[in-house]
Design a protein around this ligand. Structure first.
Ligand code: NAD
Ligand code: ZN
Ligand code: ZN
Length: 345
């Protein structure tokens, strides 16, 4: 089968031919129907050799949707032909966090060598993929696979990030979304679907700000040196109750710090290498809560899929073949994908 692999540190991913894996006991083999490309893949492919944590070659793709093609012995929860989305942040399945579906916060996974598909374990950018347990599979219930693929990360991650701030997103509140790409364009829609907050979207690209408006942002601003002052103006000087940064660079974190209100939330989702000083004298207003959430929980993925089934959020996608995936990554790197790039194997 064809697979898109990162093979050598510092080199572009390649389309190669690899054997179709067979499901061992408890495992499920999926025929992949759609797989999303994430900016995190570019970050991983930018890491230096001495810090690279995963075995190579590595089949990419941590946003996967597929049809059950075969099940290993003992698997009864899913059957051949089922359309499912893959929950990616696999945990041990047994600790207190995993028992609550918070496998993204499993403290044992790393020690046990459990890695997410596409981030260490063979991923979804292939004709077939293996999933270690049927508990990682969410029924699509009729949702279009192309729509569903981005939800497994680009939808789930903002959903998880926004949920913790819901008590602050009351009528009259303001939420700022920095970076309206794959995650950000779904974040805007999630904020609109879940809260009465006014949504202000920031990006460096006019096309992306246009998409932000189309999907429901009330205000759009170019992300430059004047952006924080504009947010203050729009909020009568108070600042934003919640700032979600989907870039995470020094420049955007500075905008976040200068835009947030007293007792607001700054949530850093982007892994752009910036850090925020938290504490008295750090420059943040009093009582600001800062966090850097990772992916999302299993029940939250079910909830995001349900929101999409109800038509309350939809992924804006550009589709590619497996052969075109390396080019799609180049375009993502150049900032030239509006919404999410989705590969249809
Ligand atoms: P993307 O490339 O689709 O979107 C990034 C957007 O940010 C683009 O629209 C780009 O124009 C915009 N941008 C770039 N510089 C900007 C600036 N200075 N100000 C405002 N906007 C700017 O990326 P994505 O796949 O949506 O991922 C977003 C970030 O989230 C990445 O850093 C990714 O690695 C990270 N991520 C984190 C998690 C997590 O669990 N925390 C999960 C998935 C992705
Ligand atoms: Zn991702
Ligand atoms: Zn666990």
């Amino acid at each position: 089968m064809k697979a898109v692999q990162y093979r050598r540190v510092g080199h572009a991913p390649e389309v190669v031919d690899v054997p179709v894996p067979g499901p061992g006991p408890g495992q499920v083999l999926l025929k992949v129907t759609a797989a999303g490309l994430c900016h995190s893949d570019l970050a991983v492919m930018g890491w230096p050799e001495e810090q690279f944590p995963y075995p190579l070659p590595m089949t990419l793709g941590h946003e996967g949707v597929g049809t059950v093609a075969a099940v290993g012995s003992g698997v009864t929860a899913v059957a051949e032909g089922d359309d499912v989305a893959v929950y990616g942040p696999w945990g041990c399945g047994h600790c207190r966090n995993c028992a609550q579906g918070k496998e993204n916060c499993c403290p044992r996974a790393a020690g046990l060598g459990i890695l997410p598909p596409g981030l260490g374990y063979p991923g979804a950018l292939a004709e077939y993929m293996l999933v270690d347990s049927p508990r990682h599979l969410m029924p699509l219930n009729g949702l279009d696979p192309v729509q569903a693929a981005p939800l497994t990360d680009a939808g789930l991650t903002p959903y998880h990030a926004i949920r913790r701030s819901l008590p602050k997103l009351v009528p009259g509140s303001t939420a700022v979304v920095i970076g309206v790409g794959g995650l950000g364009h779904l974040a805007v829609q999630l904020l609109r679907a879940l809260t009465p907050a006014r949504v202000v979207a920031l990006d460096v690209s006019k096309e992306k700000l246009e998409l932000a408006r189309t999907v429901g942002a009330h205000e759009t601003l170019l992300s430059d040196g004047a952006a924080a002052a504009r947010v203050r103006e729009l909020t009568g000087g108070t600042g934003a109750d919640v700032v979600l940064d989907f870039v995470g660079a020094e420049a955007t974190l500075a905008v976040a710090a200068a835009s947030v209100a007293v007792a607001g939330d700054v949530t850093i989702v982007g892994i752009g290498g910036g850090t925020l000083a938290v504490g008295f004298g750090g420059g943040l207003p009093f009582e600001v809560a800062a966090s850097f959430p990772y992916w999302g929980t299993r029940p939250e993925l079910m909830e995001v899929v349900e929101l999409a089934r109800q038509g309350l959020v939809s992924s804006h996608v550009e589709t590619f073949t497996l052969d075109e995936a390396p080019t799609a990554y180049e375009r993502l790197h150049a900032g030239d994908i509006n919404g999410r790039a989705v590969v249809l194997p």
